[in-house]
Design a protein around this ligand. Structure first.
Ligand SMILES: [Zn+2]
Ligand SMILES: [Zn+2]
Length: 174
């Protein structure tokens, strides 16, 4: 049962490619594979292009930070990267943008230009998605996953002062 995240990524990429084909968008044939990346702290995905003796190849990497996410969310990132393999789409220029807009429109995705993970305001590299803040003393904690506190902050109290907690979700996408 090892590498299940990788298997999942492969399956989602196959699905994503099919979705694109159905609407006449053709990612490069020369995608060598999809890899799980556990080192990238700030990028959710990347598309690596190599040209060796005139032969172009692409490899897609998806961060393991997304492991707890829904298939839909992960596929948004995969689509983002797949579109980079289309002709003239290596950057986020007009062509890439119009393809992304088409995929979003037809399939209801939210593919964005940037896929950066928010880090703490002081610049520390701690990716998080939910900020839990005490409304009384300002004591702040960060969570990546939708834990019990995140779901129902009203059931919990600040560990420092007993104040009420509020939760803010950071956008992953801009
Ligand atoms: Zn991109
Ligand atoms: Zn407090």
């Amino acid at each position: 049962m090892k590498n299940t995240y990788h298997d999942r990524l492969e399956k989602l990429m196959r699905e994503a490619i099919e979705e694109l084909h159905k609407i006449n968008i053709f990612p490069a044939e020369s995608i060598t594979g999809i890899k799980a990346n556990s080192r990238a702290k700030r990028r959710l995905g990347c598309c690596k292009r190599t040209v060796n003796r005139g032969v172009e190849k692409f490899e897609i990497e998806i961060s393991t930070i997304l492991e707890g996410e829904t298939d839909q969310r992960i596929k948004e990132i995969i689509h983002h990267e797949l579109l980079h393999t289309c002709k003239g789409c290596l950057n986020h220029g007009q062509k890439w943008k119009s393809l992304a807009a088409r995929v979003n429109h037809i399939y209801g995705y939210h593919i964005r230009t940037t896929a950066e993970i928010p880090t703490l305001d002081d610049g520390r590299e701690k990716p998080y998605r939910y900020e839990i803040r005490c409304t009384k003393c300002g004591n702040t904690g960060y969570r990546m996953k939708k834990s019990k506190v995140v779901k129902e902050p009203g059931n919990y109290r600040c560990s420092k002062c007993g104040g009420q907690l509020s939760v803010k979700e950071k956008s992953f996408w801009n």
